[in-house]
Design a protein around this ligand. Structure first.
Ligand code: UDP
Ligand code: MG
Length: 139
């Protein structure tokens, strides 16, 4: 089914603040099913590859340093209209601009340390899910 998965990471700030549980609860309450999940720490090299699309942006170096600074939770989530609905659930990139009740409004520390990643298209959701998970890791 097209459009039924997205990919997320609970970023180092969210893990450090002991917010894995509360964020996963919001994700489940919003109707997403967990297809795949792992707890890991990215190397700088792996973080750099994941964010290669942002290579030319001014924040790329800081983003790579930050995303490799501590453990993260990576997951594939399933729901109808998963990509758009998850972007609504997490809110704007800058938490000061995020809607009340969104995950970033509730849990993000700053525009860089913004608690969660969410895919921006069906195509990127598939690419990002494949970056982390093999077929035998998905249920
Ligand atoms: N980011 C940053 N400074 C910025 C914009 C983005 O540090 O001015 C970081 C932030 O962690 C963000 C990530 O880079 O989540 C990817 O940026 P993107 O524009 O794709 O935002 P997102 O899709 O995560 O909302
Ligand atoms: Mg993005």
């Amino acid at each position: 089914m097209v459009g039924n998965i997205t990919f997320t990471m609970l970023k180092p700030d969210a893990v450090e603040a002991n917010n894995i549980g509360p964020i996963l609860a919001k994700i489940n309450q919003a109707g997403f099913r967990i297809v795949a999940m792992k707890y890991l720490k990215l190397s700088k090299d792996t973080a750099g590859k994941f964010y290669e699309v942002h290579k030319e942006r001014p924040f790329y170096g800081e983003l790579v340093d930050y995303m490799s600074s501590g453990p993260i939770v990576a997951a594939v989530l399933q729901k109808d209209n998963a990509v758009a609905d998850f972007r609504t659930l997490i809110g704007a990139t800058d938490p000061s601009k995020a809607e009340e009740g969104t995950i970033r409004k509730l849990f993000a520390k700053s525009i860089a340390a913004n608690a969660v990643h969410g895919s921006d298209s069906d195509e990127n959701a598939a690419i990002e899910a494949n970056f982390y998970f093999s077929q035998i890791e998905r249920f």
